[in-house]
Write a protein that binds this ligand. Structure first.
Ligand SMILES: C[C@H](O)[C@H](O)[C@H]1CNC2=NC(N)=NC(=O)C2=N1
Length: 118
């Protein structure tokens, strides 16, 4: 199976299974700096990226937006001065799908070449 950061999302079907209890630890190990949050019963992946100012934070936000549009799978993005909080979950299944781990890994790829990281 492809490494997460080389993989692509599958269509978000409402009847798709959430990541199982057995898969979760295997997948989270592949995106080590991401946190698991649960909000209103919905499990999510979240990570904060720091930048030197708002301009760099906004550029990173837009770069993540580009890969999201390309994959048809979209994050929560909170863009602040010097900081972007990225949150991935699958709205259609109100939880985590392998797509979310793929996109977290792809987000790290975008961050690895983003300008103005702190
Ligand atoms: C119609 C459209 O493709 C769907 O609503 C997509 C859009 N992007 C999405 N993004 C996320 N994170 N979860 C979804 O269920 C989802 N569904």
């Amino acid at each position: 199976m492809n490494a997460l950061n080389q993989a692509h999302c599958e269509a978000c079907r409402a009847d798709a299974p959430q990541v199982s209890d057995e898969e979760l630890p295997v997948l989270i190990k592949q995106i080590p700096d991401w946190n698991i949050e649960v909000r209103d019963g919905v499990m999510q992946l979240e990570k904060v990226f720091l930048f030197k100012n708002f301009k760099f934070a906004l550029a990173f936000t837009n770069a993540v937006g580009e890969i999201s549009e390309a994959e048809g799978h979209h994050p929560g993005l909170l863009t602040e001065w010097g900081k972007v909080t990225v949150t991935w979950w699958s709205h259609s299944i109100k939880g985590l799908h392998r797509n979310d781990f793929i996109m977290a890994a792809r987000t790290d790829e975008v961050a690895s070449t983003a300008e103005g990281r702190k």
